[in-house]
Design a protein around this ligand. Structure first.
Ligand code: GAR
Length: 193
């Protein structure tokens, strides 16, 4: 079975990319390309270390969001990408991109959606006085963190938690959940083909 070719979009340190890449040797997917909109993202150094192709597409270099997104789509298509994973990709995508990859974009978000969408989800959960949070993997639609939920993992919020301690505890679960869901999607797609 040919592994599903996954394109990972990143903006930062790339710990979820690392988890995806490390799990891929025994999974039904391969990371075919890492695209970063940030030139010095830690994720790029990791990808280079393990020999995964990268593309750096700084969004500010493009006159419009549409032009940036077309460049991303072009790079993904050129690499034969079949599924797009947003792993700490901090740009909102327009309907143009979402439409081009309809049903084929997944995102990992550090809260139990629909609670606490958007930026700083662990901080939002703490400020709201929540006693449990977690992470969500969902399909991306045209809203912000609103698409159909594929899987979630709960994480308790402990007395004395700070944004950093909570985010770190959630991250451990993200690293388990994201590769599992991407592998399951890959197997479904190959079974349906
Ligand atoms: C992760 O916690 C991910 O859930 C979050 O950014 C972090 C990226 O970490 N994403 C969002 O908040 C998206 N709304 P990483 O670069 O180490 O994978």
């Amino acid at each position: 079975m040919t592994p599903l070719q996954v394109g990972v979009l990143v903006s930062g340190r790339g710990s979820n990319l690392r988890a995806l890449q490390q799990a891929s040797s025994t999974a039904a997917y391969r990371v075919a390309l890492v695209v970063s909109n940030v030139a010095d993202a830690g994720a790029l150094a990791f990808a280079a270390d393990v020999g995964v192709p990268t593309a750096v597409l700084p969004h500010r270099a493009y006159p419009t969001r549409a032009a940036f997104e077309s460049a991303v789509t072009e790079a993904l298509r050129a690499a034969g990408v079949e599924l797009v994973v947003l792993a700490g990709f901090m740009r909102v995508l327009t309907p143009v991109f979402v439409g081009a990859w309809a049903g084929r974009i997944v995102n990992i978000h550090p809260s139990l959606l629909p609670a606490f969408p958007g930026l700083d989800a662990p901080g939002q959960a703490l400020r709201a006085g929540a006693t449990v949070s977690g992470c969500t993997v969902h399909l991306v639609d045209e809203g912000t963190d609103t698409g159909p939920i594929l899987a979630q993992a709960e994480v308790p919020i402990l007395p004395g938690d700070t944004e950093d301690t909570l985010a770190a505890r959630i991250l451990v679960e993200e690293h388990r959940l994201l590769p599992r869901v991407v592998d399951a999607l890959a197997r479904q797609r190959r079974a349906a083909a």
